[in-house]
Design a protein around this ligand. Structure first.
Ligand code: SF4
Length: 476
């Protein structure tokens, strides 16, 4: 019998999209939650376990602490922005039930296992990097000293076991959607640009690109795209389609689903037979012929990380992308009727007032349907973090990456560009992109076509302006 195990995305800042599936943990412009997929995966390997996603459910610490008595093991997913608050939750659980074994997982503890364990008496162990089977073995009650990939407390000592071998046979991972159905309320999960309700899952891990800021490939995922077989993915999709008849869209949240185009096209053809609407992450270099195959088989939207409209910045961050290729790709998507949600980052190495202007102009020219503008976030464990520390671009007081309410700060500054200038440029970017006659008309048109969309966009509009007001209050 495995230990009675609770998998917990801990309570955090109000509306914090920081669960075990969020790449950049922060309170977003509009209510937004990714599925806690990285916790659902080990939960699927531990019979009788339960997954609780506190932020998405609106649960606070006092709501989850009474559960401590019901379990023998609690596994908490943490991140750099939420670590301090996650430690407080762990301590509250442990105070309520001193016999509860508490472990942390996630990129933050994978990068700094020793410091994480020393941060609190309440953390008994951390599972490093890819932790699914590490946690399964802990839950089976194996001696901690024998579990690869684990760091644990032994008296006053911290012990680091050897690394766990990278998972190659991805079909060994059971379906996360079964855990979603068992433990989550799928209507809790909103992403502004995805239809609602949506379900997201991974068909593979890792990304072949080496973008210097990007956390997961440099920590838990690696730079090889390790994939589940087409049949395994489609079996899960058939199951999920039947289990969630209300779902309007499936999202493949692989770092770059289009990294293996023949496979992406094979999956698409099978999805076409199922008749589902789906979306995925993509790099802005997918050839038109492949886009057409994906579109013809149910692809609705691509989430595309453009990051910058300045070629030198793309080189500086090792994006492996040419601005002109991204232009052509965007035009192909428009021609084929594929919606784009474009993401941009301000404050990357090489940023100047001029490059910010260039990126805003680039965004309005390629005109994704919606955009997200983030501040460059140097996560520990990334090339960008080491570069920023070495160059003196990162101040200690900004190292947690969010402010007291969970909103992103501008952690980096340059001799020619201050924190405040970078921070303020996000609002300028949003205003210049959305407050154009053509863009307003397209959003109003979308609202007029659907009462559901009308209600949703109005709510998001209120949240968006409130978010901007709060950001301004932080700096004034
Ligand atoms: S292409 Fe996307 S997922 Fe891959 S390393 Fe770059 S930012 Fe990360």
């Amino acid at each position: 019998m495995p230990l009675k195990t609770l998998f917990l995305s801990p309570p955090s800042y109000e509306g914090f999209d920081g669960g075990a599936g969020s790449r950049y943990q922060a309170r977003r412009e509009v209510r937004s939650f990714w599925y806690p997929t990285w916790l659902a995966q080990p939960a699927a390997l531990v019979p009788g376990s339960r997954l609780i996603d506190a932020p998405a459910r609106g649960l606070r610490t006092e709501d989850v602490v009474p559960l401590a008595h019901q379990y023998e093991l609690a596994v908490l997913h943490t991140s750099t922005p939420s670590f301090r608050s996650d430690v407080r939750v762990a301590e509250a659980l442990k105070e309520a039930n001193p016999n509860l074994a508490v472990g942390f997982v996630g990129a933050h503890v994978a990068v700094a296992p020793e410091a994480s364990l020393r941060a609190s008496w309440a953390i008994d162990f951390v599972a490093r990097n890819e932790f699914d089977f590490t946690i399964q073995e802990v839950a089976e009650g194996r001696p901690l000293a024998e579990i690869d990939g684990l760091s644990f407390r032994s008296g006053d000592r911290i012990v680091h076991n050897r690394e766990r071998a990278t998972l190659e046979d991805m079909d060994r991972l059971p379906f996360v959607s079964e855990v979603y159905a068992r433990d989550l309320v799928i209507e809790d999960y909103f992403i502004g640009y995805l239809l609602h309700p949506y379900v997201s899952l991974y068909t593979g891990r890792g990304c072949r690109s080496r973008c210097t800021f990007c956390l997961w490939p440099q920590t838990v995922g690696g730079h090889r795209y390790r994939t589940r077989s087409v049949g395994h993915v489609i079996d899960e999709m058939k199951w999920a389609k039947a289990a969630f008849p209300q779902v309007k869209e499936f999202f493949f949240d692989d770092d770059t689903f289009t990294d293996n185009l023949p496979r992406a096209e094979s999956i698409a053809r099978e999805l076409g037979k199922l008749g589902v609407t789906w979306s995925c992450n993509a790099k802005a270099n997918v050839p038109r012929a492949s886009l057409k195959v994906l579109r013809d088989n149910g692809l609705r939207l691509l989430l595309v990380g453009y990051e910058s409209g300045n070629q030198q910045i793309l080189h500086n961050i090792k994006k492996g992308m040419l601005v002109d290729v991204a232009r052509r790709f965007s035009k192909d998507c428009h021609d084929l009727g594929i919606t784009i949600h474009g993401t941009f980052i301000l404050g990357l190495p090489g940023e100047t007032r001029e490059t910010i202007e260039e990126t805003i102009r680039f965004a309005t020219e390629i005109n994704p349907h919606t955009i997200q503008v983030s501040l460059a976030a140097p996560y520990p464990g990334t090339f960008l973090y080491h570069q920023a520390v070495r160059e003196g671009w990162l101040d200690v007081e900004h190292a947690e990456l969010v402010d007291a309410s969970g909103v992103q700060v501008a952690p980096l500054h340059y001799p020619h560009l201050t924190h405040t200038e970078i921070f303020d440029s996000v609002e300028t970017f949003y205003r210049r992109f959305y407050f154009r006659a053509g863009k307003i008309a397209s959003i109003v048109g979308e609202m007029l076509l659907s009462p559901v969309m009308m209600k949703r966009r109005l709510r998001e509009g209120v949240e968006f302006f409130q978010f901007l007001r709060e950001r301004r209050a932080v700096v004034s």
